[in-house]
Design a protein. Structure first.
Lengths: 199, 182
């Protein structure tokens, strides 16, 4: 199979293209929604900075694909993860690996910092969806999260398999407690398209 | 910093033994490989893959280590890496759940710099909804290509096996700005 180079003499266009950026500016929002995602890119990258109003030090960030209602994901997700220094317990030196079967969504552990953390601290996560618009392979996602609350911290990565061959056209993002908490103003979510050759 | 597509295999429609990117432009600062892949190794649910530069298979020219997890255990690996290739993340093999492909994002830093050995960083893995510890893996990798030669070609190999149709490998160049600082 031939390798396809970038064709033509036109100036190269950047591959990382901002699709949409959402910022929380009020105290009554519980989710981010990206709808009608263009199907013209090769991959997607989602970058989230999140803080929630819940009585927690940190909890997970949940990403639902092609569904915008908390708790209504289908049972076709599974995940393998590596967690360092669990944030919620403050344990040090702990590294664990677990699997999450049928969690109904992509999960980023510790990526939503809660009200028990010092002010101005947000959890951060990056989600990479490769071949998101393809219709023959399942949708695998690599997730990385980073959070430090000046006393407890966590790093987390996971491989998530959404066992559906449909294209991803919608992404909704919640804090793990869903309808029980609100997103703190300043929380952001930005969606990028990654363009391949001739896209 | 901006990323630009250089070349792609496109979505593979048949078996391909390896991917070879040649005559890589030298006008970027870093490179990135993005892999959505599955191999046809039939003895296990996962299989290894590797990256080689400039067709250089000199033993000892590649070092690497991995921090990994499989849903039950976690650890680090360094001794098991080929030293004629850089080991990239695991991907599903032929015994993995159908339609499951792995993801790899591999960064190659300062690829044209003739004063440095080349540093490689990768993240990747897959889950295929199975409790066996050989049916999923997530890992972060760091490595070194022990040559000061500029990288002009990249060979990506699935350890002597072939890619399954639906796989894809894309190469990007990463440019940096001219901003300076003190």
């Amino acid at each position: 199979m031939p390798i396809l180079p970038l064709a033509g003499t036109a100036a190269p266009r950047g591959a990382l293209v901002p699709i949409a950026s959402l910022v929380i500016t009020n105290t009554s929002t519980q989710q981010f929604d990206f709808v009608n995602i263009p199907q013209i890119y090769q991959d997607l990258r989602l970058v989230v900075s999140m803080r929630n109003t819940g009585n927690n030090l940190a909890e997970g960030c949940l990403v639902y694909l092609n569904v915008n209602t908390f708790g209504f994901g289908d049972n076709t997700y599974s995940q393998t993860n590596l967690i360092s220094n669990p944030l919620t317990t403050g344990a040090t030196g702990a590294v664990t690996s677990t699997r999450d079967t049928n969690p109904q969504r992509v999960y980023a552990w510790g990526a939503s910092v809660g009200a028990l953390a010092s002010p101005n601290i947000f959890g951060n996560s990056i989600f990479d969806f490769l071949s998101y618009a393809g219709t023959t392979g399942f949708k695998q996602t690599i997730v990385q999260t980073f959070a430090d609350t000046n006393g407890a911290n966590s790093m987390y990565m996971s491989a998530n398999n959404w066992r559906r061959t449909v294209a991803i056209n919608q992404i909704s993002i919640f804090s793990e407690s869903g309808g029980s908490v609100f997103l703190v103003p300043g929380s952001t979510a930005t969606l990028y398209g990654v363009r391949s050759v001739n896209q | 910093m901006s990323m630009f597509p250089i070349a792609t295999t496109g979505t593979m429609t048949g078996s391909l033994g390896q991917v070879f990117f040649n005559n890589i432009p030298s006008n970027f600062t870093h490179l990135q490989l993005r892999v959505y892949g599955r191999g046809n190794l039939s003895t296990t649910a996962w299989q290894t893959s590797g990256v080689q530069f400039n067709l250089d298979g000199t033993g000892g020219n590649y070092n690497g280590h991995e921090m990994w997890a499989n849903g039950s255990n976690q650890g680090t690996t360094s001794a098991g890496f080929f030293n004629a290739w850089f080991n990239s993340p695991y991907m599903p093999g032929n015994n993995s759940l159908a339609n499951t492909f792995g993801i790899q994002i591999i960064d190659i830093l300062d690829y044209t710099n003739t004063n440095k050995f080349k540093t490689i960083r990768a993240i990747g893995g897959f889950d295929d909804n199975n409790t066996s510890t050989t049916n999923q893996r997530i890992g972060v990798y760091s490595g070194q290509y022990r040559s000061t030669n500029a990288i002009t070609s990249i060979t990506y190999n699935v350890a002597g096996n072939t890619f399954i149709a639906g796989s894809r490998v894309d190469l990007y160049g990463i440019a940096v700005s001219n901003a300076t600082g003190v």
